[in-house]
Design a protein around this ligand. Structure first.
Ligand SMILES: [Ca+2]
Ligand SMILES: [Ca+2]
Ligand SMILES: [Ca+2]
Ligand SMILES: [Ca+2]
Length: 774
């Protein structure tokens, strides 16, 4: 429901005159502005061209996310696009289905499916490689910005981390020169990461409760350079200044670092109580033609013709390519009782936290159109009785907690549903409604969903992404805010006694960027409120791209790590990037986000908003296993989307929301027990090896092996290397060592003995090993 609308990324800043100059080129680079042009007549395509899209590494290769403008008089489709520096790959997609590389761009690479991707390089500075030991230091790359939480990061009252960036491979050592009171000292900084251009240095203080003045002493061979608040050099010296009493701490809940999340779409996980199934949902103000959401058998899919019968008033958008399974409007009857009945299944799998898609009263199967934030949907609990449903939910939480399972709910605060009581009042009473300022109403009377759909008119109020069933809430209105705060507190401390142990353990913030765009202060204030109720409550945002601005300590603890997914998808599932590119991409969040946020990320490979990873992998289970091995041995919490652990597949929404596979179906599909055991083993490995939850991460690529990556976790708790071979053939590599080691692959149990220089590894095609090294 909440795909990020990347069209907002577009910039239309190019001057007409420059455009005219550029028109003769197929693809033109102008700083970061790119103008793509495509003429379907230049490629081998037969049939009607309804629309042309561009898909690429910059938009997760979504086939129909970026629509090109056109055709113009010459038949060209054009799109201006803003790209970050670096290399990007792309294709044009006719009608969102047929893929073509750019016929006018000679720079291509294999796409992994027998075709080609076009390549574009943006704004790369042609710099000669820097060198260590040459006595030269590139001052222009040195950076420490105390305003950025990543560079000056206060964890708690006396722990702080300080970071510095230098040009990659340029300097030998960096020391932090400190002055506390009158006492001067220096502390060596350690090199903790690097990307294409930058080396990253860090140092921490664990017992610092007084003000600190500091500068950085950077050395290469005999050259020394002092970096301070006024720049480099010994002239005009000004210390950076850190006063713990003036900086807020950024604390994330400790438990998240040890969490293994399971994401549940409630209607589709397990029907534990057929008595609460929705037989008929009467949607408000569409009485003339009710649409009926039948509950089919758990194993049944929706056929196109049946869908028509289900939806006589054409409420749904039919896509014949989406077979076999779940439709947008059908209910299967999954519920909270079903989840409770499967606690043992989840515990056996190694799950200790659940993120639920919405569970509040609503008329859609996804429940992102909230009717009442103060009620648990009776169809997920006790039908027709909201009081009993709420009491049941409290028991459910208690039982979950007794089973060691934390509960995170979806916070859909950007918009309500059309059936939300306040919105209904506005529909009934128009401008006279006391709730008219709760929304963004453009015109009275408010047109109903039924009118919008039958007369094909736009809503005359703001709806999320233009949808009439998602009226946007005015969170600047103090009454709306008060309402949201009230329900926030209600679910975090249901009995209101000030002890949050009877409440939920955190919130996942739906379309959090849309909320911030309208109400820049909302999340900061809300975070303070939440943390006052329960300092250990987890706040995670739905942010698809770089979330650094949300992770400065005053908004979210973490985000759903879609950047992790995109890197893993590109490297493993789609085989379109090499090891070095993969390392650069997957490492970006580690460089962009403060450490405590990195260790709280929800690392996912699929969700209710994406294709299933297995589907993206063309059904290749070995690829899924590789991705999972990485997910479970990586900093941050792995999050498993229900069913992925038993081989549930599915295309994008709604097909990604198929019913959970519990037993063999009439069509022969059955849960993959071997895969389940594999996941369970991964969770066990993570649990038994603390280093996987505490250490930072380093990466290594192997010379001449563009499909092999070594992911290293190492600290006082141990040393584990996850070795991924994303090639379609077996490989042998020699892992360079400083001394003799013994290693065991925690997945297969296979033992290795190195000599004093290297460890010889044999890697199967599409495989992962998790090497514990002694
Ligand atoms: Ca140098
Ligand atoms: Ca049910
Ligand atoms: Ca209901
Ligand atoms: Ca309580």
């Amino acid at each position: 429901m909440n795909k990020k609308f990347r069209k907002y990324l577009f910039k239309n800043l190019i001057l007409t005159i420059i455009l005219m100059f550029l028109l003769s080129f197929s693809t033109t680079v102008l700083a970061e502005q790119v103008k793509f042009s495509f003429n379907p007549e230049e490629v081998d395509f037969e049939g009607e061209v309804d629309a042309v899209y561009i898909a690429g590494s910059f938009n997760d290769w979504q086939p129909a996310a970026e629509k090109m403008n056109g055709p113009d008089a010459e038949g060209n489709y054009i799109l201006e696009y803003n790209l970050r520096p670096g290399e990007h790959q792309y294709k044009f997609v006719i009608n969102g289905e047929d893929w073509f590389h750019d016929p006018n761009n000679e720079l291509t690479t294999a796409d992994g499916h027998g075709g080609k991707n076009s390549i574009i390089k943006i704004g790369e500075k042609e710099l000669e490689e820097a060198q260590t030991g040459d006595g030269e230091i590139n001052g222009e790359f040195i950076l420490h910005n105390p305003e950025n939480r990543v560079h000056l990061n206060k964890f708690n009252e006396d722990k702080v981390e300080i970071r510095l960036e230098t040009r990659k491979n340029d300097v030998e050592t960096v020391a932090l020169m400190t002055k506390i009171g009158t006492e001067r000292n220096q502390k060596q900084m350690s090199h903790y990461s690097a990307d294409n251009k930058i080396d990253y240095w860090t140092v921490s203080f664990n017992n610092l409760d007084e003000a600190l003045e500091y500068t950085f002493l950077i050395k290469d061979a005999d050259t020394e350079l002092l970096y301070h608040q006024n720049g480099s050099g010994f002239n005009n010296l000004k210390y950076f200044f850190y006063d713990p009493s003036e900086v807020e701490s950024f604390k994330t809940p400790n438990w998240v670092q040890d969490a293994v999340f399971y994401q549940i779409f409630p209607d589709r996980f397990y029907n534990g109580n057929p008595a609460n199934d929705p037989e008929l949902i009467e949607t408000y103000k569409s009485n003339e033609k009710r649409y009926k959401n039948i509950v089919p058998e758990w194993y049944q899919g929706i056929k196109e013709s049946e869908s028509h019968q289900l939806n006589p008033d054409d409420f749904i958008d039919l896509d014949p390519s989406i077979h076999p399974k779940s439709g947008w409007h059908v209910f299967y009857g999954g519920d909270l009782q079903g989840v409770e009945q499967k606690f043992d299944y989840l515990k056996e799998l190694g799950i200790n936290a659940i993120y639920f898609n919405p569970v509040f009263e609503a008329t859609a199967n996804h429940r992102y159109n909230t009717a009442d934030y103060g009620k648990i949907d009776d169809n997920l609990a006790i039908k027709g009785d909201f009081e009993a449903s709420e009491a049941y939910f409290e028991k459910f939480i208690k039982n979950a907690h007794q089973n060691g399972i934390k509960i995170v709910l979806d916070a859909v605060f950007n918009h309500s549903g059309f059936e939300f009581f306040a919105f209904k009042d506005v529909v009934e009473n128009g401008n006279d409604s006391e709730y008219s300022d709760w929304f963004y109403i453009e015109d009275y009377p408010v047109n109903t969903l039924y009118e919008q759909r039958t007369k094909n008119i736009e809503p005359n109020y703001q709806g999320w992404a233009g949808y009439g069933n998602h009226p946007v809430l005015n969170l600047d209105n103090s009454e709306v805010k008060g309402y949201i705060y009230k329900i926030t507190e209600k679910w975090m401390d249901p009995n209101g006694d000030g002890d949050p142990s009877d409440g939920i353990d955190g919130w996942r913030l739906d379309v959090a960027n849309d909320v911030k765009a309208r109400h820049p202060e909302f999340w900061q204030e809300w975070r303070n409120f939440v943390k006052k109720i329960n300092p250990a409550a987890y706040i995670t945002g739905e942010i698809w791209n770089n979330a650094a601005q949300y992770l400065q300590g005053d908004e979210f603890d973490a985000v759903m790590n879609y950047r992790f997914r995109e890197a893993v998808l590109a490297f493993i599932a789609e085989e379109r990037i090499d090891a070095q590119d993969f390392i650069n991409r997957i490492n970006e969040p580690n460089l962009d986000y403060p450490t405590q946020a990195v260790f709280s990320l929800q690392n996912l490979i699929d969700s209710h908003d994406t294709e299933r990873f297995l589907y993206s992998s063309g059904g290749n289970k070995e690829k899924l296993k590789m991705a999972a091995a990485l997910q479970f041995t990586y900093p941050g919490a792995p999050m498993v989307y229900y069913g992925t652990e038993v081989g549930l597949s599915g295309a994008s929404d709604p097909d990604t929301r198929r019913t959970m596979l519990w037993e063999e179906r009439p069509n022969g599909n059955s849960p993959d027990q071997e895969l389940y055991q594999y996941y369970s083993k991964l969770a066990k490995i993570r649990k038994e090896n603390k280093v996987l939850r505490t250490a930072g991460v380093q990466f290594e690529a192997v010379d001449n092996e563009p499909k092999i990556v070594i992911v290293k976790r190492e600290d006082k708790n141990g040393k584990i290397y996850t070795v991924l071979n994303a090639a379609q053939t077996a490989k042998e590599i020699n892992l360079k060592l400083k001394n003799e080691v013994q290693a065991v692959d925690l997945l297969s149990g296979k033992k290795y003995q190195s000599d004093s220089k290297e460890l010889r590894l044999k890697l199967e095609a599409y495989s992962a090993q998790i090497l514990k090294i002694n």
